[in-house]
Structures are given as structure tokens and as C-alpha cells.
Write a protein that binds this ligand. Structure first.
Ligand code: AMP
Length: 221
């Protein structure tokens, strides 16, 4: 029985965060909390939050901190996230979100922040060919499509190109990542919470690198 883990995964768009986070959440039996997935679900459901977030998301801009912080705070109170842990994907994205996360978690704290490192040339190629299931968010690509006619192998949902996987939005998101999210790497390094993992390789190979880093940290706690 796994003891759970409190983990944040950082990485540029297309670094394989989603794929690794789904697997880590199964391995540690903790919820996968992906702010991008939550926001896309709100857009599809046309909730007040979704209508507010839609335009910024299509352009590749960030949603205001207070909106995302509230959404995460509510999510942490469900599914035993505070007891067993979680895999946080896409949050925090700015230093101010990271500071708030620390406050939200008290008296708990993170075990580890994994930074998946993949060269920009590789992520650009991955993003241009990426296709995702609109229901379960499983990730495919034009070179590895689902078996039957863009229908998800896992849940039967429609597999599409994300609205923000256009060239303009991709460039905007990668620029924002460098400006706003990359400083998080230093923030967590200073707190001795950071583990930089080579994100190039098959999903299985990268997963084993990540689990090794988490296990090593947990054994020292
Ligand atoms: P992702 O699926 O993580 O690439 O997120 C898709 C989009 O959702 C981003 O481009 C932002 O518009 C929005 N988003 C997701 N997470 C956050 C966050 N932590 N802070 C602000 N905006 C976010």
C-alpha cells in the first residue's frame, strides 16, 4: 500500500506533465489535480467561471490568481487530498500562487516539486501534433492516434486538438512559462524541494525517474 505523496509537477506545456501526473496519481493513489482540466471542464459546462476563463485560455493567457486559488482551495478539501496527498499539475504557475499554496496547505507541506525538463524544440513538435480526449483528457498525437477514428481508446470520448494548441497560443504560453513559471524553479530550489528530471524518453522511462526521485525524498522525510 502506497503511503501517498504531496507533489507538484512543473514543466513547459508539452513536457509530458499530464501523462506523468495521471500515472503518478494512480501509483500513489492520490487525486490528480489539474487546473487546466478543471478550467476546460468549466468552459464546456458554460459555468460563470468557464465563461470568464474562456477568452484568456484561448489566447494562452493566465487566469487571474484569485479565481484559480479559490478553485484549488476548494479542490484540496475533497477526495482526501489533505490526508493522502495529491499530484498538482498546472498549479502553482506563479510565485504568488506558490506562496498561497503553502498557506493553504498548513500545517501540511509539499514533499517534492518535480521539474520535467524538455528542450523547447521538442515541446513545440509535441504540441503541434498533440490531440486530447475531451472527456478523460487522455493524450494522443497525430503519429499515435486512437485506434478508431479519433475516438478515445479509454473512454470513447472525442479526440480533438485543444483550442490553445494553435501556433500563436503555443508561443504565448511558452513565453509566459519563461516569464512567470520558470521563477518557481528557483523558489522551490531555495526551499530544497526541487528535483529536476529529464523529461525526454518514453512515458515509462520518465515515470520511473520521477518515482525514484519522490521515493528518495519520502525516505528522507
Ligand atoms: P494547461 O492545461 O495547464 O496548459 O492550462 C491551460 C490554460 O488554463 C492556461 O493556458 C491558462 O489559461 C489556464 N490555467 C491553468 N492553470 C492555471 C493557473 N495555475 N493559473 C492561471 N491560469 C491557469
Amino acid at each position: 500500500m502506497n503511503k501517498g505523496a504531496f507533489v507538484v509537477v512543473l514543466g513547459k506545456q508539452g513536457a509530458g506533465k499530464g501523462t506523468q501526473c495521471v500515472r503518478l496519481s494512480r501509483f500513489y493513489a492520490v487525486p490528480h489535480i489539474a487546473t487546466g482540466d478543471m478550467l476546460r471542464a468549466a468552459v464546456r459546462a458554460e459555468t460563470v467561471l468557464g465563461l470568464e476563463a474562456k477568452k484568456s485560455m484561448e489566447k494562452g493567457e493566465l487566469i487571474p490568481d484569485e479565481v484559480v486559488n479559490k478553485m484549488v482551495a476548494e479542490r484540496l478539501d475533497r477526495d482526501g487530498a489533505r490526508e493522502k496527498g495529491f499530484i498538482l499539475d498546472g498549479y502553482p504557475r506563479t510565485v504568488s500562487q506558490a506562496v498561497l499554496l503553502e498557506e493553504m496547505l498548513l500545517p501540511l507541506s509539499l514533499n517534492l516539486v518535480v521539474d520535467l525538463e524538455v528542450p523547447t524544440g521538442v515541446v513545440l513538435r509535441r504540441l503541434a501534433s498533440r490531440r486530447v480526449c475531451i472527456d478523460c483528457q487522455a493524450v494522443y498525437s497525430t503519429s499515435q492516434p486512437p485506434k478508431i477514428n479519433w475516438t478515445c481508446d479509454i473512454c470513447g470520448g472525442e479526440v480533438i486538438q485543444r483550442d490553445d494548441d494553435t501556433e500563436d497560443a503555443i508561443i504565448r504560453r511558452l513565453t509566459l512559462y519563461d516569464e512567470q513559471t520558470a521563477p518557481l524553479v528557483d523558489f522551490y530550489r531555495e526551499k530544497s524541494l526541487l528535483s529536476t528530471i529529464n523529461g525526454v524518453g518514453t512515458a515509462d522511462v520518465v515515470l520511473s525517474r520521477v518515482i525514484k526521485a519522490i521515493e528518495s525524498k519520502l525516505s528522507r522525510n
